[in-house]
Ligand binder design. Structure first.
Ligand code: SF4
Length: 303
């Protein structure tokens, strides 16, 4: 699904166009103004994300609930550690999870009083362990699906590490129904990282998994460039294949044989493997096109 920010009236025009053309469910992200939530639902969003604490009081929330109920729209209650109610502040850093859960339960209570249960909950913080604790604490108390995320997780590398840890700890426990990786990077990187997390946990199988070694003194080909080129070229492939790209013929053949297709590098050449068998020797400059051709052939065969 795709979340679209709806910061003002101007955004609503674009939202209606996006909703009408999107093949994916669109979620409207609403802040501060309940009227934007009402209009977003009119534009046909599948869900809205609100922080009930900042959209203007109980009466307005009830209006949002009434329309959501009518239109079968799911509401995500987003609790963010950075914008908790004033009476929950300050809390000791190690009690952040409890404060987030208290806030979430208050908001949930408001919706339940109106007998509205089409909810999804998120508890976001930039602190990995407090986030994990918060979801675990809330999990025993409510039946609603969870949207997971480590918010403001940072740049591509630090955000990936934090997200993989936090989301991984929760997902292996069976917690979490949707997720978002938040990075200070292009949104497509967030999607790629999220997918890699799911794949590493065995929760998704689509796409090419590349297994490659870190290189060492035995490596005599430009493995990093090779992996980079292949990874880029196969981004759009949906077939679940394992491709091993290894630096040497000492430890490389084992992994290459285990994969659907593999390369083990030699001095200026690479040995090609497929289906557990060694096929042939390829000059280094032809490794990328040959590997891509072999992948394409296998995709066609499996197709
Ligand atoms: Fe080194 Fe070969 Fe292992 Fe790569 S596969 S790290 S080159 S020993």
């Amino acid at each position: 699904m795709v979340r679209v920010a709806v910061p003002d009236q101007g955004a609503l025009e674009g939202l209606a166009k996006i909703v009408s053309k999107s093949p994916l469910p669109v979620i409207g992200d609403i802040h501060f103004d309940y009227r934007l939530a009402l209009e977003a639902m009119k534009a046909g969003v599948a869900g809205i994300r609100i922080n009930p604490g900042n959209i203007g009081g109980t009466r307005k929330i009830r209006q949002v609930i009434a329309v959501a109920r009518d239109q079968g729209v799911c509401i995500r209650i987003g609790v963010n550690a950075g914008s908790l109610e004033k009476d929950l502040l300050p809390y000791p850093p190690q009690r952040q999870a409890e404060a987030m859960v208290t806030s979430a339960l208050r908001h949930i209570g408001l919706f339940e009083q109106s007998n509205f249960k089409n909810l999804k909950i998120s508890l976001k913080s930039s602190d990995v362990l407090q986030t994990v604790r918060a979801y675990r604490l809330l999990a025993g108390q409510v039946p609603y699906p969870f949207h997971l995320g480590i918010t403001e997780a940072g740049s591509l590398i630090s955000g990936t590490v934090k997200s993989a840890l936090g989301l991984g700890l929760l997902l292996v426990q069976g917690l979490g129904d949707t997720l978002r990786v938040s990075l200070t990077a292009a949104p497509r990187e967030e999607v790629r990282v999220a997918y890699q997390i799911l794949r590493a946990l065995g929760l998704r199988k689509r796409g090419i998994e590349i297994i490659s070694c870190p290189t060492c003194g035995r490596c005599q080909i430009n493995l990093m460039a090779l992996v980079k080129k292949v990874e880029l070229a196969v981004q759009g492939v949906a077939a679940p294949l394992k491709v091993a790209i290894m630096g040497c013929i000492v430890n490389g053949p084992g992994e290459a044989k285990e994969a659907d297709i593999g390369i083990a590098g030699g001095k200026g050449y690479g040995l090609l493997f497929a289906g557990g068998r060694r096929l042939r020797k390829i000059p280094e400059q032809q490794l990328v096109p040959v590997l891509l051709e072999e992948i394409e052939n296998l995709v066609q065969q499996k197709g």
